[in-house]
Design a binder for this molecule. Structure first.
Ligand SMILES: *Cc1c(COP(=O)(O)O)cnc(C)c1O
Length: 390
């Protein structure tokens, strides 16, 4: 066996974590108070300010965020909610968990794998109560257009903004509520965590109750002896954020704009190299869509065997992923709602490959990823990759 130097692993995504995060966590430990408190409150205010909205509600995950959104706006049995199938399963699971029915909507086109607004309009019935859009890969949708559609039919408009933290001016501004994720693989991370941007004081107050058992006072108030009595005015849950996560969020938020800028720059470099070396690979969102570049999805040419491509790239120490297996094709959804066909979603999902993208990636890494992909495509088809599409 020859001893070739193993090239370093290029990770799909990787958070930036360092001394400021360690210091922030140590301060919380030293303070002696771990449960939701002043740091979480500061994180809410800073997050809201960055996105140009009045205030925000921190929670334990984006899934919890979507659940309290649906509860706050009274979405339940008998209600239909329009959702994309090309999303993480939580987008639909929360609707089912609320007792409502997710109605899957196809994507626009391979070049724009966002939920199609024309298709959504066609699926509105007298039972439709809400539309839940998702900013796939961090590319922001035309939220004002969705707002007009929602208003036309008297529907709520919610955003699954799990990919879109820092998309200022686009998310959380026109919808009734937008849910963010701070899971370990998102643009800003607190390990687990989430946030809701919600318009209006009344729904925001209701959401704060829903987050903490429907209780009229918080733990901090009771500990500090500000009050001992409380009432329960909603059947709430517990999906609070804790101070450790609040502290991490405050630190990470400061660098989010810089990281998103870095992601955009690397995405541009990918686009240039792919156009030059692999023009048969389709890169969605080629128009200058505003983006925080959470992911870098591409569509492999027809006939390419994705499994072999992934295996070859893994062999060259380049991680890849697929975003996403369509929700409507999962076993649970097929059993519960029957087989349905969303041809554009299926075609896109079957050929999609997500390439590495995170702020610690270099332009040299991007070149290596593209060269590895070119080699993998050439090898798996047994022909120069350029001929695959013809
Ligand atoms: C990550 C993600 C979620 C779930 O976020 P959690 O914070 O892990 O609950 C929901 N929707 C989309 C599109 C996601 O990418």
């Amino acid at each position: 066996m020859t001893t070739l130097a193993t090239p370093p692993l290029i990770e799909l995504g990787a958070p930036v974590l360092g001394e400021p995060e360690k210091r922030a966590l140590a301060e919380v430990v030293d303070s002696g108070w771990l449960a939701m408190g002043e740091r979480v409150r500061s994180f809410e205010q800073a997050f809201a300010r960055m996105h140009g909205v009045e205030d925000a509600v921190a929670v334990s995950s984006a899934t919890a965020a979507l659940q309290v959104v649906l509860a706050t706006f009274g979405i339940g049995p008998g209600d239909e909610v329009l959702v994309p199938s090309l999303s993480f399963v939580a987008t639909a699971n929360v609707v089912v968990a609320a007792g409502a029915t997710p109605v899957f909507v196809d994507i626009e086109a391979p070049e724009r794998p966002h939920m199609s607004i024309e298709e959504a309009r066609a699926r509105i019935t007298s039972s439709t109560r809400a539309i839940l859009i998702m900013h796939y890969a961090g590319y922001t949708m035309d939220v004002p257009a969705w707002r007009r559609l929602a208003d036309e039919y008297g529907l709520f408009l919610f955003e699954d903004a799990a990919h879109a933290a820092g998309a200022t001016g686009a998310v959380g501004v026109y919808s009734d509520a937008a849910a963010f994720s701070f899971f370990a693989n998102k643009n800003l991370t607190t390990g687990e965590g989430g946030m809701v941007l919600v318009r209006g004081d009344a729904p925001r107050a209701r959401m704060r109750l829903m987050r903490a058992h429907g209780m009229t006072t918080g733990t901090l108030d009771r500990v500090h002896g500000r009050t001992t009595a409380y009432d329960v005015v909603e059947c709430g849950t517990n999906c609070r954020m804790d101070e450790l996560r609040g502290a991490l969020g405050l630190v990470q938020l400061q660098r989010l704009p810089e990281w998103n800028e870095c992601r955009r720059g690397l995405s541009t470099r990918y686009r240039e190299l792919l156009a030059e070396m692999l023009p048969e690979v389709l890169v969605p969102f080629d128009r200058p869509d505003p983006t925080v570049a959470h992911l870098f999805p591409v569509l492999l040419p027809p006939g390419a065997d994705r499994r072999s491509v992934v295996a070859a790239m893994t062999g060259s120490r380049v991680q890849t992923s697929v975003h996403y297996a369509p929700i409507h094709r999962f076993d649970f959804y097929r059993r519960r709602f029957g087989a349905l066909s969303l041809p554009r979603t299926e075609r896109f999902a079957d050929g999609e490959l997500t390439l590495p993208l995170h702020p610690r990636l270099t332009e040299a890494d991007v070149s290596r990823v593209v060269a590895t992909l070119a080699e993998a495509l050439g090898r798996t088809t047994g022909r120069p990759s350029r001929e695959v599409a013809s």
